[in-house]
Design a protein around this ligand. Structure first.
Ligand SMILES: *[C@@H]1O[C@H](CO)[C@@H](O)[C@H](O)[C@H]1NC(C)=O
Ligand SMILES: *[C@@H]1O[C@H](CO)[C@@H](O)[C@H](O)[C@H]1NC(C)=O
Ligand SMILES: *[C@@H]1O[C@H](CO)[C@@H](O)[C@H](O)[C@H]1NC(C)=O
Ligand SMILES: *[C@@H]1O[C@H](CO)[C@@H](O)[C@H](O)[C@H]1NC(C)=O
Length: 553
């Protein structure tokens, strides 16, 4: 078995207006509400959102699309924890879906139950609600050991039947878990969401609200043996199950319409037919999510709350079907798995606009804080997204996405950079075997031609020189904390004269990057975050006493 780990980073040098005036909420101003809708395993690049008319109507047309939004890790538990904490995987140390390196029990043992968004929002005066899946291993055994903190009301989807669409396990507030055979889980969540909105609206005089709605669609159906002592090997996976009323939808849709597939060798007909079926079942399962979206907006409208509520639509991680000769799945560092849907709508958010500025899930809670007028926490590894004109559009150079985990199909990879700027759009990977890949996403969006050993040029510089800077940046980002994750160049260039990779390409830094900067290496492919297996930990600093090759000893 292979235990890969990935750090994926994205950078931007988009010319954003600097110095926009910030207008913070004045004390006493009516604070906004927040509704976050997060699906499970929804792709962006296989065009699933094109099949969701309510998402198109309420978000694409009425809100802003963040086209270059990335998950922090392409796996649900680590990605969800990064969203809820505003921190990257190497700082939450939730690097897997199950113990010992992930899951609800690890979330508890890391102390994160006292230190995440609902707790902070409640302390800041919000009423907080959650319906749907929280994270893996939140189950009939763990749900009260302890209860998730920080919520006024909850209706969780928990294990074992979290992914059984027509007989899911629910756990409400402090009540015992129960099953609802015959009820479709996304529909149950839609009802709870509407009920929570009504409850929240009744207390609006005192407290604004923060509601999370987390349906499992379009995740596959997973039937787990529940008899004590039965082996997990009895687990059976099926394509996602749509609501019965949606089973007939999209009979001709195929993932083959995606340009990402066109250069691939054809899989055999049996496999292609199965993947087409699988793809349609995902779209059909998303149809109920789409109705949920409609229900939420209808209720917000009825309660006259649309003018003071931000609504976010996204997913936990992306998904591939047939891409890169792989079947169906997630967890890779390739674009389908990490570039995900992200829409923002609310007061001051531009309508029908698309922003190509790279952002990640670690930016979401900082964004909510900024909009709510809550001071940002120093441990945040992300920064507010430019969602309204009130937010100063700081020149924000990168996002940091990571992954450690089991990737059954793809082999061993470790650490990657996505780099998006004027004149270039790159993806760079260091595998935990210390192999590398480099793609020019402008000319090779399907990531088919590895340029790592090429003699060519990128944005006017020899690839060999660009690679030394990418290595330096990866040295910072793979173990950064807080502000250093947001402004990585200021770690290697404390004088502040380097803010982009272009600045770092200056020939006067050649020797520094070629000879002084440690090289990112991994000693072993493992599933958890063990700094002692991740090579040199401290990046070199240009100039000054701290310059030179250093290691953690
Ligand atoms: C991360 O957690 C694992 C246990 O899952 C622990 O062994 C490891 O030391 C932790 N890493 C860091 C850097 O704290
Ligand atoms: C929600 O919980 C907070 C913290 O316990 C509490 O102060 C607030 O009154 C609660 N809101 C409602 C509507 O019960
Ligand atoms: C629902 O799931 C529970 C737990 O797996 C099981 O005991 C029960 O028989 C199921 N009900 C139906 C109608 O399938
Ligand atoms: C198609 O490919 C799959 C997976 O490689 C294989 O199991 C199956 O036997 C193949 N079917 C045919 C008809 O060749």
């Amino acid at each position: 078995m292979v235990y890969p780990a990935l750090t994926l980073l994205s950078l931007s040098w988009l010319a954003l207006a600097a110095g926009t005036t910030a207008s913070r909420c004045s004390p006493g101003a009516k604070r906004p509400n927040f509704v976050v809708i997060m699906t499970d395993d929804q792709d962006k690049l296989l065009n699933s959102v094109d099949y969701q008319p309510a998402v198109q109507k309420h978000f694409v047309e009425q809100g802003t699309t963040f086209d270059k939004h990335f998950c922090t890790m392409s796996q649900c538990c680590p990605s969800r924890v990064s969203y809820l904490t505003g921190r990257t995987g190497h700082n939450t140390n939730i690097t897997d879906v199950a113990p010992p390196h992930g899951g609800y029990t690890k979330f508890i043992s890391e102390g994160l139950n006292d230190n995440y968004a609902p707790v902070w929002m409640q302390e800041a005066g919000y009423n907080t609600y959650y319906t749907g899946k929280l994270m893996n291993r939140h189950s009939t055994r763990t749900y009260n050991d302890p209860y998730p903190k920080g919520f006024n009301q909850t209706n969780f989807l928990i294990e074992p039947n979290v992914y059984v669409y027509y007989n899911a396990t629910y756990q409400r507030n402090q009540d015992l878990p129960y099953y609802l055979p015959g009820r479709y889980s996304t529909d149950v969540l839609a009802e709870t969401a509407v009920e929570f909105l009504e409850h929240a609206a009744s207390d609006m005089e005192n407290r604004p609200f923060f509601i999370n709605i987390m349906p499992v669609g379009p995740h596959f159906e997973k039937v787990v043996p529940v008899e004590p002592g039965q082996s997990i090997a009895g687990t059976v996976l099926y394509p996602p199950v749509p609501a019965k009323r949606h089973e007939h939808l999209f009979p001709n849709a195929t993932p083959g319409e995606s340009s990402y597939l066109k250069d691939l060798p054809r899989l055999n007909e049996t496999v292609v037919d199965y993947l087409d079926h699988y793809y349609r079942r995902r779209l059909q399962a998303l149809a109920a999510v789409d109705e949920l979206v409609d229900d939420v907006f209808a209720k917000l409208d009825e309660l006259d709350l649309l003018d003071n509520t931000y609504v976010i639509y996204t997913t936990d991680n992306g998904y591939h079907i047939g891409n890169h000769r792989m079947n169906a799945g997630k967890t890779t560092c390739y674009e389908e798995d990490v570039n995900i849907p992200m829409y923002f709508r609310g007061p001051g958010v531009a309508k029908g606009k698309t922003i190509h500025y790279p952002t990640t899930h670690t930016d979401l809670v900082p964004t909510i804080f900024e909009l709510a007028g809550i001071p940002l926490r120093p441990e945040f590894d992300g920064a507010p997204m430019p969602v309204t004109k009130e937010i100063p559009q700081k020149k924000y150079e990168h996002v940091n996405i990571e992954f450690w985990g089991v990737n059954l199909e793809e082999g061993e990879y470790s650490s990657a950079i996505r780099l998006i700027g004027t004149g270039y759009d790159l993806m760079y990977v260091t595998w935990c075997t210390n192999e590398h890949e480099l793609y020019d996403m402008k000319t090779d969006a399907a990531q088919m031609h590895n340029l790592h050993s090429s003699q060519g040029y990128l944005f006017g510089y020899p690839i060999s020189k660009v690679l030394t800077r990418l290595n330096g940046l990866m040295m910072v980002l793979k173990s950064c904390k807080g502000q250093d994750c947001i402004y990585p160049w200021s770690v290697t260039h404390p004088e502040g004269d380097v803010r982009t990779i272009r600045d770092a390409m200056d020939p006067r830094f050649d020797q520094f990057y070629e000879e002084e900067m440690p090289v990112v290496v991994f000693d072993k492919c493992v599933r958890g975050y063990f700094t002692e297996l991740e090579g040199p930990q401290v990046p070199a600093v240009f100039g000054g006493a701290s310059s030179g090759k250093r290691s953690l000893d």
